[in-house]
Design a binder for this molecule. Structure first.
Ligand code: KIV
Length: 268
């Protein structure tokens, strides 16, 4: 479904900071969940490369491909009538430099109705962000914990280097990003970055001082496979889908086994 009047844009998201209107971001990877998010008043739907961990069952996001990103973004963008849809450029297109990043981002915009892309990395990714923005593609930055660099970081850890965070944030803003995600950053550092920037900060595990918040859909609803991952401390579970779905599925299994399903009224 194409965006209608009243739809948000990357520019409108940037302006929400000045208006002190908190920005609500959630990830989604398919049509029905994106429809729910859009109808609930979520401002930005992020087709995160977290699809690799929460949907594909991988231990990192590194295996997600550009074709998969496009496949999921296409479904999500079809559902969004108001929310801005942003696709995460998967590893390693942005790491390969500006040309590869522009090529990958342009494919996303050409083959889906997404508004823009997310690029992980700060100062070291400045020329890449600039090139994508210059190609007319809105960019959401992502600094602090960068999951695509998990092997170099030695794990998913809180980022505690304030000087680096400030330098990365300034580089992302100067490169033309319309907003920036701060992931797993000490709250007081995130507040300091938020005060220094004119573009909005969207926190995940970065405290209440950010201009907006982002959570992974499956964490919001405890829809994760606990054998593979724990719901992180920064995620609030608003409803326990795991329990609800398990109870429903058990009842279905029992009804089929005992012959309680289907009833006459459910038969043709
Ligand atoms: O991939 C993702 O879902 C993300 C968010 C956690 C910001 O990058």
């Amino acid at each position: 479904m194409a965006n209608k009047s009243g739809a948000l844009s990357a520019t409108k998201i940037t302006k929400m900071k000045e208006a002190r209107d908190k920005i609500v971001v959630v990830t989604a990877y398919d049509y029905p969940t994106a429809r729910l998010a859009d109808a609930s008043g979520v401002d930005v739907i992020l087709v995160g490369d977290s699809v690799g961990t929460v949907v594909q069952g991988r231990s990192t996001t590194l295996g997600v491909t550009l074709d998969q990103t496009i496949y999921h973004t296409e479904m999500v963008a079809r559902a969004a009538t108001r929310a801005v849809v942003i696709a995460d450029i998967p590893f390693p297109y942005c790491q390969l430099g500006p040309e590869e990043a522009v090529r990958a981002s342009a494919r996303v915009l050409k083959e889906t109705d997404a508004t823009g892309v997310k690029i992980e990395g700060g100062a070291s990714r400045a020329s890449t962000i600039r090139a994508v923005v210059d190609a007319g593609i809105p960019v959401l930055g992502h600094i602090g914990l960068a999951p695509q660099s998990v092997k170099a970081l030695g794990g998913y850890r809180i980022q505690r280097d304030l000087d680096r965070l400030l330098a990365d944030a300034a580089a992302v803003e100067e490169s033309g990003a319309f907003a920036v995600v701060l992931e797993c950053v000490q709250s007081d550092y995130a507040s300091e970055v938020t005060k220094k920037l004119s573009i909005p900060t969207i926190g995940i595990g970065a405290g209440a001082g950010c201009d907006g918040q982002v959570l992974v859909f499956h964490d919001l609803f405890n829809f994760t496979d606990h054998a593979a991952s724990e719901t992180p401390k920064h995620a609030r579970v608003y409803c326990d889908l795991n329990q609800i779905l398990q109870a429903g599925l058990r009842e279905y299994v029992s009804d089929v086994k005992t012959g309680a399903f289907p009833s006459d009224s459910e038969s043709w």
